[in-house]
Ligand binder design. Sequence first.
Ligand code: UDP
Length: 455
Amino acid sequence: MEETKRRGVRLVLFPFPLQGHINPMLQLASILYSKGFSITIIHTHFNSPNSSNYPNFTFVPIPDGLSDVQDSITDGFSLLPLLNLTCKVPFRDCLVQLLSNAETEEEHIACLISDPVMPFTQGVADSLKLPRLVLLTSSVQSFLAFAAYQVLRQKGYLPISDSQLETPVPELPPLRVKDLPAIETQNLEILYQFVDSMVNQLKASSGLTGNTFKLLEQSALATFTQEFPIPIFTLGPFHKLYPALSSSLLSQDRSCIAWLDTQPPRSVIYVSFGSLASMDEDEFVEMAWGLANSKCPFLWVVRSGSVHGLEQVEPVWPDGFLEMISEKGCIIKWAPQQEVLAHPAVGGFWTHNGWNSTLESICEGVPMLCRPSFGDQKVNARLVSHVWRVGLHMEENRLERGEIERSIRRVMVEKEGEEMRERAKSLKEKVEVCVRKGGSSHQSLEDLIAHILSF
Ligand code: UDP
């Protein structure tokens, strides 16, 4: 079908309101818009995306009810079940209104695309006879680990006990118990129920689109296809398939690009732990000294909330640290990350291994120093260090400065790091093969379009 004929076919997308989920959803929206679909984004007031960056999309806010239940948000996880509860009625009302408008305007809403962590949207879509596609914003491998929760519980791997940390999990190679995507919460039963519902509602969906690519996750994709009898379309990395517009919730400090321009090729370690991960003050101090003592130039993102207990105030720098680093370090609150990773001066990425950060690093052939914090990050770190072998996993939670300094130098200047960089370069080449015409991601996009048009 000609692209122009797809105008009149509208897709409704509903991102989960956290940075790492909003970015791929808006990237997917941009890809599908470029292919001729009209786009509506339903979004919560909480962390609402900047609509002015997307003048061609229609943005529809819904009340998320979070202010009424704020006291129930006791940990990072509790936001998920809460939003699934509080959004249900406003989301349904909004969708009913959109469907009725579409009828009046002789437009066709082909489907809903939503996040697996919003399982309630499957029931709403079913009740309105609207197909739902799921956008997986994590790696397929980490999703499989969540999907295996019941088995992992039956076999005694979950909840994780300290005595088993190093035990391999043969059901999910090459993960060990300590790599499982455990989530700290005061209510494990609610977590297990939530994961169950996420998995079951994915099975009930009309298909999955993934921000990953076949050459990266071949064996996980084979397992997924066996366990989930739904069509799957892997068209990642999205931002390489179609140039990404900014969907950053924080303003990006571009002054770091001018600083990077002054640094020698592949000399800088870029340090950022994404939008949620945080550390305690002791670790922050060790990190600062480890970076300074490594003698490598560094670009460090210290956003508000990076250090526990200092959410609203500037971190207190260790005495003498700022004087010691002078021109060697550039510290900012939020970076234009994709541009930073593509800069020739960047030679390594000290990351928390959120899936977007991991993919963005792979796309630019940048080796990683992995310090995962929670959830899927641990699975990703294991893949980076032991499957793709493009990074070094810093295993301990509380690292001291000598160890940090050594790890940085291993990645940045030693032979080991050089070998990781070579492998990262070859992964980058695979990305290029997948997204070009005839490549698997390019083809998956065509298949996805045909699938949507078949609804
Ligand atoms: N990001 C950014 N500037 C920063 C740090 C991160 O724009 O200084 C972006 C990054 O490019 C990525 C997203 O924020 O797309 C973070 O997603 P990820 O899945 O890596 O981690 P999360 O924030 O969900 O833990």
